[in-house]
Each structure stands twice: as C-alpha cells, then as structure tokens.
Design a protein around this ligand. Sequence first.
Ligand code: 3HC
Length: 387
Amino acid sequence: MKLDDVKKIAVIGSGAMGNGIAQVCAMAGLKAVMVDIKQEFLDKGMATVNKSLDFLVNKGKLTTEKKAEVMGNLSTSLSIAESVKDAQVIIEAVPEIMDLKKKVCAEISAAAPADALIASNTSTMSISEIATAGKNPERILGMHFFNPAPAMKGVEVIYAKQTSDANVDLLCELTKKIGKVPIKVLKDAPGFIVNRIGAPNQALISAILDEGTIKTDAVDTIMKAMAGMPMGPFELADYVGIDVFYHTLKYYSETLSPEFKPGKKLQSMLDSGKLGMKTGQGIYAWEGGKAKIDASEQSKDIGPMEFLAIQINEAVRVYKEKIAASAADIDLGMVHCMRAFAGPFALGAGMEPKQLADTLEKLHQKFGLKIFKPEPEIVDGSFKNMK
Ligand code: 3HC
C-alpha cells in the first residue's frame, strides 16, 4: 500500500484520544469513522470534535466552510467489522486494558483488508503482545498521540517485534500528511520514549503527594514560570486523569521497577473518584477546563532543577536501551509531544554534570527511591557525547 491509497481511517474508541485523532484525520481530508460500543459515547465524541472545531473557527484558524467539510469527513458506527472492512488504516484507542486491546485487535484483523495497518494508541503497553491476537502481525504497530491530539504535534510511531520497516515508514508518511511530526520508536518498551522519560517524574509526583508538606500549587507555579511548561506537573496529572496516571505507574511498577508503585494519596483519589479535570476534582478543583491553582508562591523545595535532572537521567537510560534512534530524536519527541521548549539532551548540554548528579543523589536520599540515582554517564558528564 502507498500513502495515496490511504483514504479512510477507522478510529476504535471515541473517548478523549479517539475523538481527537478522528478530528486530526478528518482535518487532513481523510474520511474518518469513529467506532464505540454505545451511541451516547459516539454522540459525546462528535460533540467534543464540534466544540474543538468551533474553538479553531473563533480563533480564525479555520473557516466555517472548512469546518463543514471536516464534519462531512466524519462518521460514527457501532460496528468494528462494518467500519474497518474498507479502511486502509485502523487506529485503536480503547481503554488501557490488555485483554480488551487484544480482543479489539483480533476483531479488527478478522474484518479489515489483509494489508490494512492496525495501529494501537496505547500510552505504555506492549504492542508486540497486543499483536499476538491479530492476523498478519507485520502490519500491527503503535501510533501514540498526545493529549489533546489536535494541539500536540508529536506522534510516536512504534515498532512491535513483528512490524515491517515498510509499514513503519508508511505510517510515518501518514503522520506527516495529517500535520504531525513522527518520532520513530525502535523498541517496544514500556512508555516508549516520551512517557518513559516522564515515568520517574510521575514517581516523584506520587512521592510528593504522600510526603504531604510540599505545596503542589507552589511547585506548579515555579514550573510554569521558570521552566516554560504550559502546565505544571500536578496540573498535567489532573488534566490527563488521575486514573490514567495511576494505571500508568502501576504498569511501570510491573514492568520497569517496583519503585513505580502508585502511592497512598493517588490510591485514595482513585478510590474516591477524584480523577482530575474530568470529574471536577483531583489534586486541584477544576472549573471550565482550568485548575484552581494558588499562584501566589513559588516552591523552594522542588522546582525545575529536580524535574529536569530526573528527565535527563531517564533520557540517558532510554538512549542506552536503544529505544530511540538518536539523542536528537529523544529531544524532538519531548519538544513536539510535550510542548517542552527544548529536549533533555539540549538542556543538559549547558549544565554542570556535578550539579545534576548532586540533585539526583539528594532526591534519592530524600525519597528513598533508587530510580533517582544518577547514571554513570551523568556523573562523568559523558552523556553530553550521546548523539
Ligand atoms: N484543536 C487544535 N488546536 C488546538 C486545540 C484544538 N482543539 N486546542 C488548543 N489548540 C492549540 C491552539 O490553537 C494553540 O496553538 P498555537 O500556539 O499555535 O496558537 C495551542 O494549542 C495553545 O492553545 P491555547 O492558547 O488556546 O490554550 P492553552 O495555552 O491553555 O493550551 C493546552 C492548552 C494545549 C492543553 C496546553 O495547556 C498544553 O500544551 N498543555 C500540556 C499538554 C501536554 O503536555 N500533553 C501531553 C500529556 S501526556 C500524554 O498525552 C500521554 C498520553 O499517553 C496519556
């Protein structure tokens, strides 16, 4: 199959990620069908796309005619088999439950054309394992969007063990066609590149919540003011969803290190349904899509140096494990998938290795987590030679 043959995309799942992905495809002139198990989920997904397009019209980024065209490219369905039978690319964005992903993959591959690409939008899970449920596994791979999909430029295109080079290249081409920047992920490892680099920062967030005296508002305020982040780390956890945040950490605790186990505070928020923006309360109270954060104070305990040191340390591990093709690709991923103003290797190049190593040692001592310990290449500064 060639790029020009791709005319119709089926997106399985119409939740936050699914409807955003369908919108992006429809905006690029492709036919996009959203599939879900209940009509009310599909209606909600379509309403979200409609609102998102109105936002762009109001901003002057889209004409009303173009909006009508985009809406005309979109359709909905309650049947996977019916929707995928004439689709060239199928993107699965169902909840992060391995058995469900396998079941959906089997259903797609039984009904889709034999050469249709089947991509999973999983944030962390093994695509190779999902692919064991499907026919012709050389066309099964990962296509990981970031939330909100219409606004985030980067998309990770992930090799599963059986994926062919030609299919990865085709999906990279398609990613460009829909206006995104593809980041190739060479190894199907937990969290891939971008989420993996964020993994120990997630563990830090959980540890801070349990520690109890460090003010999250003050940390988020300094991160936005000094590190140029569009959202502070606690705000982002609420935005993505405490349930997603919790399950991601749990997955890392089972696959990377038990130290990623979600803490007591996250557990109690999950148990009491305080899931962040979508429920109106998480770490913060939320109103009109905005977190209520007290911005009067900037943290003196934890700030950009700590989060950055952890990020650079993990980026070194991702590099050494050959998950990415190069340090430059890792930086590209962090810039386009997280809207960071620079990637970990670019930022690390101007920093003193001793300061990074000392910061990591202090965090290791304070929170008792070995995942914060500096890698040897941080201590001796040789991470700066990683290309
Ligand atoms: N459609 C298209 N573009 C949109 C959009 C939409 N629905 N909503 C926002 N945008 C664009 C805007 O046009 C604007 O683009 P510009 O800079 O080129 O003008 C940009 O996004 C910023 O929008 P606004 O200025 O209106 O609003 P904010 O400044 O409040 O930004 C935000 C909102 C984009 C959500 C921003 O807060 C942000 O980037 N937050 C961080 C999000 C993030 O890090 N996501 C990754 C999460 S991790 C993840 O997804 C992993 C997964 O596995 C769970």
